[in-house]
Design a protein around this ligand. Structure first.
Ligand code: UDP
Ligand code: MG
Length: 232
C-alpha cells in the first residue's frame, strides 16, 4: 500500500540524479544516432542544472546477437554520460527495463525505447513536472498512425479487453515514462512476478501527469516484436 507522508515543499530542491534506461535488442542500426541524441540531450540537461551531473543514460543489452554490445562498450569508453549492462539472454523489453531500474541507484528513472520513436525532448518536460510535485509522468502519444496495421489492431483489442476486465490504463501510453525513486520503491512492493507496467504503475498512486508527443516512425532496423511476441 502506498502511504503518503506529508513532506515540506522545498522550492530550492537539490538537483536529482536522472537515469534514462534504454532497452536494446539487436539495435546496431539505430544505436549510432541514438547515442548522439541522448548524449546531447543529457549534456544540455546537466549544463542547464535541471538534473545532477552524475545523471546517466543506461543501456541494457537484452541478449542481442548483433553488434549492439560492441557499440555500447565503445560508446561507454568515450562518453562518461553512458553506462551499459548486458543480460545473460533475451528477457524481453520489460525484463530489460526492470533490470535497468532495479539494479541501478538514481532519484528519477525514465524509460525510453532505443529507436527514439518516442520524443526524447519530452524528458525535459517530464523532469519539470516532477519538480512540480509529480511522482510519475506518463508519455502519451497523440495518435497511433505510425504503428503497423497489426500493432494497431492488437493494441485496440488489448485495450478493449482490459477495459472490460475493469483494468484502468492510460490510453496511448506504453513504455515511455518517468518515475521517482519513491514511486519505484512502491512498485517493487507488488507481489506479482509478471508485471504489466502500463496497468500496474497507475496502481502505485501519487500525483501524476502526462506529456504528449507525436510518435515518429522507426528510424532504422526492424521492429523487435514478431507476430509471436506481439500476441504473447
Ligand atoms: N526490446 C528489448 N527486448 C526485446 C524486444 C524489444 O529490449 O525482446 C527493445 C527494443 O530494442 C526497443 C524497445 O524494446 O528499444 C521497443 O522495441 P521496438 O521498437 O521493436 O517495438 P515497437 O516500437 O515496434 O513496438
Ligand atoms: Mg520502436
Amino acid at each position: 500500500m502506498s502511504i503518503l507522508k506529508l513532506l515540506p515543499v522545498n522550492k530550492e530542491m537539490p538537483m536529482k540524479k536522472l537515469l534514462i534506461v534504454v532497452p536494446c535488442y539487436n539495435e546496431e542500426e539505430v544505436l549510432p544516432s541514438t547515442l548522439k541524441t541522448m548524449s546531447e540531450l543529457l549534456s544540455k540537461m546537466i549544463s542547464d542544472k535541471m538534473v545532477s551531473p552524475d545523471s546517466r543514460v543506461h543501456f541494457v543489452d537484452d541478449g542481442s546477437a548483433d553488434k549492439t554490445w560492441e557499440i555500447l562498450t565503445k560508446a561507454c569508453k568515450k562518453d562518461k554520460l553512458f553506462e551499459a549492462s548486458k543480460l545473460s539472454r533475451n528477457f524481453g523489453q520489460l525484463g530489460a527495463m526492470l533490470s535497468g531500474i532495479y539494479d541501478n541507484e538514481a532519484d528519477l528513472y525514465c524509460t525510453i525505447d532505443s529507436d527514439l520513436q518516442d520524443d526524447p525532448n519530452c524528458i525535459i518536460e517530464m523532469v519539470a513536472k516532477i519538480k512540480n510535485g509529480c511522482e510519475i509522468v506518463y508519455g502519451v502519444r497523440k495518435k497511433r498512425d505510425s504503428d503497423v496495421f497489426l500493432k494497431r489492431i492488437t493494441a485496440k483489442l488489448f485495450y478493449k479487453t482490459m477495459a472490460l476486465l475493469g483494468v484502468k490504463m492510460i490510453p496511448n501510453h506504453s513504455t515511455f515514462r518517468m518515475m521517482t525513486k519513491r514511486a519505484v520503491e512502491e512498485l517493487k512492493k507488488f507481489p506479482e512476478r509478471n508485471l504489466f507496467l502500463p496497468a500496474m504503475v497507475p496502481l502505485v498512486g501519487f500525483k501524476s501527469d502526462m506529456v504528449y508527443y507525436d510518435r515518429s516512425p522507426r528510424m532504422a532496423g526492424q521492429t523487435k516484436y514478431s507476430m509471436r511476441k506481439l500476441l504473447a
